[in-house]
Design a protein. Sequence first.
Lengths: 327, 211, 777
Amino acid sequence: MIPFSYSRATDANGAIEQVAGNHTKYLGGGTNLVDLMRENIERPTALVDVTGLSNEITETPDGGLIIGAAVRNTALASHPIVRARYPVLCRAILAGASAQIRNMATVGGNILQRTRCSYFYDAAGSNCNKRTLGEGCDAIGGFARYHAILGASPSCIATHPSDMCVALAALDAVVLVDGIHGERRLALNDLHRLPGDRPDVDTVLEPDELITAVELPQFSLASRSTYRKVRDRSSYAFALVSVAAILNVKDGLIADARIGLGGVAHKPWRARKAEAILRGGPATIAQFEAAAGAELADAQPLQDNVFKVELARRTIVAVLEDLRDTQ
Amino acid sequence: MQTSTHLEISRRDLLISSAATVAVTGVAGGAIAQSAGNDMVQTSKVSFIVNGDIHNMKLDNRTTLLDALREHLHLTGTKKGCDHGQCGACTVIVDGRRLNACLTLAIMQEGRRVTTIEGLGKPGDLHPMQAAFIKHDGFQCGYCTPGQICSSVAVLEEIGANIPSHVTADLTSPVALTAAEVRERMSGNICRCGAYSNIIDAISDVGGMKA
Amino acid sequence: MNIIEDAKQAVQGLVQGAMAKAVALAPDSWMPGGEPDPLIRHQHGHVGKPLSRIDGPRKVTGSATFSAEFPVDGMVYAAVVFATIAKGRLVEIDTRSAEASPGVISVMTHRNAPKLNPPPVFMSSSKAAGGDNLPIMQDDRIHWNGQPIAVVLAESQEFADHAASLICATYEADVTLTNFAVAIAKGTEPSLFMGQPLHNEIGDAEKALKEAPVAVDATYRTPRHNHNAIELHAVTVAWTGDTLRIHDASQLVAHTAWSVAQMFGMDEKQVVVTSPFVGGGFGGKCLWQHQVLAAAAAKIVGRPVRLVLSREGVYRVVGGRTLTEQRVALGADKHGKFKALIHTGVIAKTPSNILPEPFIMPARSAYASETMLLDVQAVELDMLANTFMRAPGEAVGTFALESAIDELADALGIDPIELRLRNEPEKEPTSGLPFSSRHVVEAWKMGAERFGWDQRSVKPGLVRDGEWLVGLGCATATYPYYRMPGGAARITLTRLGQATVDIAAHEMGMGTATVQTQVVAERLGLSLEAITFNYGDSTLPGVVLAGGSQQTASIGASVIAAHRALVKELIKIAGNDSPLAGLKPDEVASRDAGLCKADDPSRFETYASILERAHRDEIRVEASPPDPLETMHWSMHSHGAMFCEVRVNAVTGEPRVSRFLGSFDCGRILNSKTAASQFRGGIIMGLGLALMEETQFDERYGRIMNPSLSEYHVPVHMDVPDIDVIWTDIPDPHTPMGAHGVGEIGITGTAAAVANAIYNATGKRMRDLPITLDKLL
């Protein structure tokens, strides 16, 4: 870890004022940033502790929720409204990491966590374009079990590790951002990038920009939502594939369907092709399979993760079937 | 299902082109050192309460809560097993919530109340969970044990506080104390000796779970 | 190993071979254990009781002190920099930025490291402890990807770690061999284990296989594994004058002291290694570079040094279990009698270490077969030396062998337990030696009944619970009984009736102090409170390895020897006025804090009375047991029957173990509480072996790519169901206390039981570990 200065902010303006440039980072729970600093992958010279910012969860007049960026993951998953109306979010959070880490991690930090690609983490011994652009990607041709099958590029096949974000993607969450040039609202689905030829850039945020809150739209159908995570051990492991889904079936027809996929791409993957096929169609297994197949038709797996195409297909279908049967 | 190999081909090309390269230069840290100006030692004053005692310290900003406890306060009951939040040996309770002391900086703990294994009980004056671990042989080498015990104490409180877990079937009903709930909630604490079954017995005993 | 080492080993092997014949033919009574340990007859004393660990209060309060926790004044913190190529030369290592970094005291590289002899590699001599025999920071050669190339010494860990990141190395890479398949294609070499070729032949097995009415023949693969003890490898070292003090996490303190002394050119008494608590070992807590680097660095800076390897550092510096590719072919007649048993294959090692993962060990003694061909071939790769990990050989060997037996049972249409019982050997097939104690049939019967084996669906893939396919499987567990030479113990008995036993043994979770206190109390006829058991210090008597599940035997035999010396001395000083007058040591037993005539307990005098009359405050004896010839006279093994219920998700392929039973035949159980824990612990590591564990070695670069507890999966709480363990509790008449070690057998057979259960659940044969969900989709 390189030396750094440390300060605390109690509000967004205070935090943004302290940002001195590219070498300053906002510090949330620290569960990812502190770790990356210890590995010399993140090298900020100044940290602004933003855990003192809003940790409130408030209902909006139209029945949505505003979640302060400093809300801890456990607090969010335990909130009665989240449990009752947004089970997909509750379950996604609870599927992630360990209780200790969920107690520490903030909503803002969870969104901005970086990939767990082992070649990215091996700063001393492996090449990684995400760490050092132009160095090459040792994950390609290496151990790629946890790597992307959708939206990857020849320069990066990393995946986004968050579970929570997969649910937020399906929920059409909006991220509230503040920065030197003012506030803006971003769809979560537009926040994270695909790697392209700039895998070193994870999101569209500017270095000074700070996530202040996440807004969940009102969702009458959110109560028929769930999250399923498939992993190599029963707990405390990253997803090989995860599915966040929201399904509304009326009279045997699919009124609405939203699907997020985790463990398959550089960002929480919104399965819009699948949704388009589902919407208005019959809530049958054949339809679910057609939708999953359409979404995964573009998959470009490697030798190590070719199984994820079939795994994702099956998991999508099983989750939709499960939601249909509990309507 | 189709398998695309274009990425692998591009990688192979890269390998071929670099196969003849003899000298490989690497900086162990992965990036070139920054200007010397960054190498100033940065310290901060911080005070927090550990097991009831206030400690005022001046620490390197980089010092984790774990290293502050072990190296500065000599409370070595809290263990370092991975230093990455991957094993749970460093679990302590801060303001009533358990966390991994290796993933949080000491300077972030200003004004907080930290409880470590030493604060739960001492030989001759054991916390009920510590006594239950002995009774049920909930450990072998004893290294992950302080973290397991701090987590165990917190697990019963979390269930009591109706905090759900991954295995909670009904998110809107009160959480019940079951073996599955305990196993899931304890999964952030790895025991390589394999005392898991006995740990569950110890927690069930203290929590009053029906067998 | 080079040719000379090979030759030396081969000669040793020949001598041992000749010795072995003589020992095999000698009368039982000449053997250690020829007369049963009298303690076996003590049925209602301390031995066997579920005593809670006597060090429990320290462990549960965090007051047990591990090696990185000894406070030393003026201590310096170390950080290690590792090579990033698999083989070659360090052209340049630029340490200037690191040296100029705040808080840094010194940087040690091959340029300024003190001159050291290479480490004596384990098994090359009786006290050798080195993981390999490569020089430590003596030259610019790189032998593996991860080799230490620099050690930064600083006033704090933060300073040291940061400075380490500033060190810049330039390498000249050699052509490397890091690919297992390529190495096999280039040719394999026969291998030796403990001086003996890993090769056995009975008849023409290939011919018998061809002619057998029913046969199976398949290849099984197991990957590399790492021990992953939760305690990081750490040392706190200090030089005081010419004496080097090492607070280590060690399974072999005496070996380490001697080996480090060899390297520094010192007398072994000048190196003191202590290790009162070890945070898990499993074969990994032996002598690797970090202890030596810390000692060398402490010499350079003239201050004590603490070196704690990072988790990644443990993977870079401490070897693990190597990978195997095994063929098992079984031929049988229609009734299931084995006509041919072939277990052959290849492992990878390095040119600088000795251990070829001896996966044929189970097949040597587990089953009768008309013909047999067992063979382990080796290739050498440019990698960190492989080493012992819990049940080396047996853990992965039983996976292949016991899976193959299940396959044969399926082909024959015979129940797999019945098939095993039909091939129960009368004596060890490969050596012809009689078994010292073998009750595996009882273990099978007890286990099958308790587990409900009769509930198993014979046809696979038929039992379903919602999304989950359910199956049952079983396998034999087996692990040899070892007792290594070199044991010794000291007993001090005071007039107050307090006894202290000193022996350079180890506690890494087995409950050593607890169990030995029970045994010593019983042997001396004292209360538990009267016993002090000192261990974990190289200055104590004995060269005892906490490995091979042999420490209990080694301590037990040493204490028997010391106890015998004590009794002899007590009778001598008791004189003619004692009720014991005229008795020989063999005629005497201990009871109620004194000695009595064995067959006339009324002839009795207390220790206090004997010592008082002799005007002695205490009596102290030290003795060594005879060499372990018993292991060449009998075939000595622990056995078990493993039962597993597994659930495989029909949608996702996720395999989860839902129930497990281990039924063991391991001699007499000395402490039913701690033994049960060790059995369970072994089984849990076996579940990891079966389902998730793999050290990912990137063959392109020879680099381990998952050096973390996040990417290397070991089982967590949620992966582990209720594990039932039962045992025969039948003493082995030829071992101290009638006991066998119980630390390793739990991991044997477990992976096969899981794989066989998965076959029963799904109809899919899993021959490559770990059995991850993609293989079951």
